[in-house]
Write a protein that binds this ligand. Structure first.
Ligand code: SF4
Length: 209
């Protein structure tokens, strides 16, 4: 793992490289972000946005979703991978949201993770983007990029999250999550990282080993 000084340098470089990094899923409410994030597993944000552009106009709220049956929701989201399972989880999540939380998306990790189909990553995405609560959602990009660079040295996502929370100042957690995703999508590709044009190559453990 990099030392504190190098970690801060890397964070500064990433901040300067991606000053406008933000969540690339489109949504207008916490509920819509929760649904969009559940749809995005193993799918691209672009595909999800294409589907939700129409879906959220026709069915903007949890109550609208509950009027949809499994078959109807499947039809609406069938362009997205694993759509049958996702439709099942989303409808189960909607029922719980209404039964246990008055139809409002809860703003704490434990309650979010108690909803069907909502894992730690999804819960952290919602906390940080919909509620402005500092959180680091470790998805495949954040896991790969942070461990390659040396912002973390962990074998699993939970340990990566724990180490990143220790290594990154709390007021930068949410932004750093976006910097790492943007870096993973644009430069630090899983199969072919573009190390020759990477602004953090000087510090990167993977590149310099
Ligand atoms: Fe990724 Fe290469 Fe940059 Fe390291 S130097 S962060 S491996 S692109």
């Amino acid at each position: 793992m990099l030392d504190k000084r190098e970690i801060n340098e890397v964070l500064n470089i990433l901040e300067q490289t991606y000053p406008k990094a933000h969540c690339e899923l489109e949504y207008r409410t916490p509920f819509q972000l929760l649904v969009a994030t559940m749809l995005s597993a193993q799918s691209t944000d672009k595909t999800v946005n294409k589907v939700t552009e129409k879906l959220f106009v026709e069915y903007p709220t949890v109550h609208d979703f509950l009027r949809l049956g499994q078959g109807e929701l499947e039809q609406e989201i069938k362009q997205i991978g694993l759509y049958r399972n996702k439709a099942k989880n989303i409808l189960a999540m909607c029922k719980e949201l209404v039964n246990r939380f008055g139809g409002e998306v809860p703003s704490n990790l434990d309650d979010l993770m108690s909803l069907p189909g909502v894992g730690r990553k999804t819960a952290n995405v919602v906390l940080s983007n919909a509620f402005g609560i500092p959180a680091i959602a470790v998805d495949t990009h954040v896991f790969r990029v942070s461990n390659r660079i040396g912002l973390a040295a962990a074998r699993d996502v939970e340990e990566t999250e724990r180490q990143l929370m220790g290594n990154i100042p709390k007021d930068k957690w949410s932004a750093a999550h976006h910097w790492l995703i943007w870096h993973g999508r644009r430069i630090c590709d899983a199969r072919k990282p573009k190390c020759e044009m990477c602004p953090v190559s000087l510090h990167c453990r993977y590149y310099n080993k």
